[in-house]
Design a protein around this ligand. Structure first.
Ligand code: PSU
Ligand code: MN
Length: 312
């Protein structure tokens, strides 16, 4: 299968463009995790170490953002540093924010949804992140459902995550993923992982134990013309997992504060992530870094297996 040529509005370093044209394995990485998901300087250190891990595995990293209005796939280290330093001073860009950011010539950090959009338009099939957005608790009143779920329903990218945090309503999140036809594949697990924890008591659709088995499902889905993503849930390594009760207490507290302060919309997720991190102390940041690195390694292996499956 010939790799699709990148959309002409996408900026990409020449080396990455050539690698994609040659059919090399590439892993996309999001940038909201850098600007809004972690504090400086750990955000920049993590973004760079994740890129290095992907290279060590034999794949090519491509961190995604909007830079000066240009949808960019494959940021330089200087651009990653810039987004990390500006932190919440850059726009958090999901699908609906892309036009504003592009037309305004602005810098924007891409969420899971918009990173999928840019990756697909660049011809990148695999994307590693930490946790996805989902259905918020109380969504029956607030209607707060992340655009990440809509995107997983329509854009052809495989997303590797460590599950979703219990700031969300996880059973409702799984229901929406089912409705949108998104396979939720547990990597070497039968349960949806809970980001900081390895288990949630909720079953995934299917357990798969190898990158090759995951790549085979990507092929089956897309070769048959089924639009949309696949979600690969990769539990944080046991040695770095956190005790569930400590996190649950922090989440309850953060949700109460969010209600009291009337925070909503696109600020909800960053508010909850930051409060939970503060309330659990530095331990949660250490866990967060380890799970992102773990996802990057698996995503590289999936990208390699997916490309090999095209050569048969
Ligand atoms: N969940 C996390 N860490 C994150 C995010 C979610 O555990 O960094 C970020 C991702 O960029 C995700 C976005 O795509 O938040 C979801 O935001 P919203 O709920 O506003 O769609
Ligand atoms: Mn939302």
């Amino acid at each position: 299968m010939m790799p699709a040529s990148p959309h002409p509005m996408i900026a990409m370093p020449a080396a990455l463009r050539e690698a994609l044209a040659d059919g090399a394995p590439v892993v996309a990485l999001e940038s909201t995790i850098i600007s809004h998901g972690m504090p400086y300087p750990q955000n920049v250190e993590t973004a760079l170490s994740v890129e290095a891990l992907i290279r060590d595995q034999g794949a090519i990293p491509a961190t995604v953002a909007v830079m000066g209005g240009r949808p960019t796939v494959g940021l330089s280290s200087a651009e990653i540093q810039h987004l990390g330093q500006k932190g919440r001073g850059v726009i958090k860009v999901s699908r609906r924010d892309l036009p504003r950011c592009m037309a305004g010539g602005l810098d924007g950090a891409t969420t899971v949804a918009s990173t999928m959009i840019l990756a697909a338009r660049a011809g990148v099939a695999v994307f590693a992140t930490g946790g996805i957005g989902g259905v918020h608790r109380g969504a029956e009143d607030s209607f707060d459902v992340s655009a990440d779920l809509e995107e997983l329903g329509q854009t052809n990218v495989a997303v590797v995550c460590a599950g979703a945090k219990a700031i969300l309503d996880l059973p409702k999140t799984l229901e929406v993923l089912e409705t949108k036809g998104v396979p939720v594949l547990g990597y070497q697990t039968d349960e949806l992982p809970g980001f900081y924890t390895r288990t949630t008591g909720l079953p995934v659709d299917q357990r798969l134990d190898s990158p090759e088995a995951i790549a085979a499902q990507m092929r089956a889905k897309w070769d048959f013309g089924l639009q949309g993503g696949l979600l690969i849930a990769n539990p944080v390594p046991q040695a770095h997992a956190m005790p569930a009760d400590a996190i649950d207490a922090a989440i309850e507290q953060a949700l109460k504060e969010m209600d009291a302060q009337g925070v909503g919309g696109k600020l909800a997720t960053p508010f909850l992530l930051a409060r939970v991190a503060e309330l659990t102390g530095g331990d949660s940041l250490a866990t967060n870094i380890k799970l992102v690195e773990n996802n990057a390694r698996l995503a590289a292996a999936i990208a390699i297996a997916y490309n090999k499956s095209a050569e048969r």
